[in-house]
Design a protein around this ligand. Sequence first.
Ligand code: ATP
Length: 434
Amino acid sequence: MGPIALAFALAVLAWLVVAQSALKERWPHWHWYLTGYPVAASRVLFTWRKVAQLNDLAVSHRPNRALLGSLAVKGEPLRPIAPRISFPRATRTGLSLVVRLHPGQTPAPFIAAADALAHAWRVHAVRVISPERGIVLLVATGGDPLERPGLVQAPAELLSALIGVLESGSAWVMNLRQVPHWLIVGATQSGKSTLLARLVAELAPQPVALVGIDCKGGMELGLFGARLSALTTCRGEAVAVLGALVAETQERMRACRVAGARSIWELPEEERPVPVVVLVDELAELYLSDGTREGKAEAERCSTYLLRLAQLGAALGLHLVVAGQRVGSDLGPGVTALRAQLSGRICHRVNDPGTAEMTLGDLNPDAVAVAQAITAEEKGVAVCAGADGGWGRARSHLTTTEEARRIAEQHQARATELPVVAKALASMEGGERV
Ligand SMILES: Nc1ncnc2c1ncn2[C@@H]1O[C@H](COP(=O)(O)OP(=O)(O)OP(=O)(O)O)[C@@H](O)[C@H]1O
């Protein structure tokens, strides 16, 4: 090959490399269709029989028992047959294929083999769905969809917030009417505050009162001060506000009883009190006592009030969103009881396995392992679990501090006054706190 031909070949190669990385950056799905899909589809077709046999997905049509003289012997029949699969179909983020189950098979062994399939096909993950009896759909995702999550849409609903994107590519929505209370955990710099900022930005335009409890001096929630109906910056104030909110639940209960309603949502619209979302940043600040008698009493009162709000709040339009770096029974006996009431769970990267276990362990042990695998680079990535037992990885949309402040100021007219809370805070300023 002459030097000119060599230079030309190198130039073409360099151009291909640049074009491919530009394609990956700007149109990732086209990059996948042209380069990733053909390779992955061939792997699926060439490896299916072997992978099915190794993972007990293949069955034999012959019985696994036979008579040997007067003895019945049981064993593994030779030549098990892998279930039939369709040709892998390309999707925007991966591929999918249909498996027709043999009689007697169920989707369970396919679910157990999902990880082995992902490794065999060298894809990010394989999900197993059974859309109809006798059929299993294997959906493979080529790369991690949370690395560069696209923008998604969700219908606007009262008390519902579009938080980000789920691993499946669909919208990650926090709907407080469906799951009334949430626990959010994550180590420092994992993305908790960004998630809270996103939640405030989504709730700010809605007719909802927001109460901030931020005992780290109001450094995090203070940004949204303009849109908050109340903000407490120390535990003394938090006790007063939480106590006032418990009194508010009693008042709402009385109103419901008089009207013969079982929740505020059954009251006529003009009589319905405004829903309240209480945001707590750093749960530990409310629970840890400084050893003094007053400190202990304050922590106990916080714990009792939070538990009371979590128990009664759902039907009365009072919702808790509690965030913290660590959650463990060492914070106090009330923490485990509170966790049981917070049915929505979000676990970012955590420093200790105990916190992941405490957040997700009672819902799904597999979710704990996935949460522990979140790395420090995956900021905003979390495992999210709802009341229905379903869970998955997700990533919040990045809402900057500046954006959140701007949205809060834009909607400050919606910061409804809560008279009982204002009274409790005023009485503190007037006397107890000095
Ligand atoms: N969804 C996201 N996508 C991209 N970057 C994110 C996302 N969420 C958070 N980050 C980035 O991660 C960094 C830390 O986020 P954040 O302040 O929310 O963490 P945190 O858990 O609240 O930390 P701390 O407890 O120290 O306040 C920020 O610089 C933010 O830009």
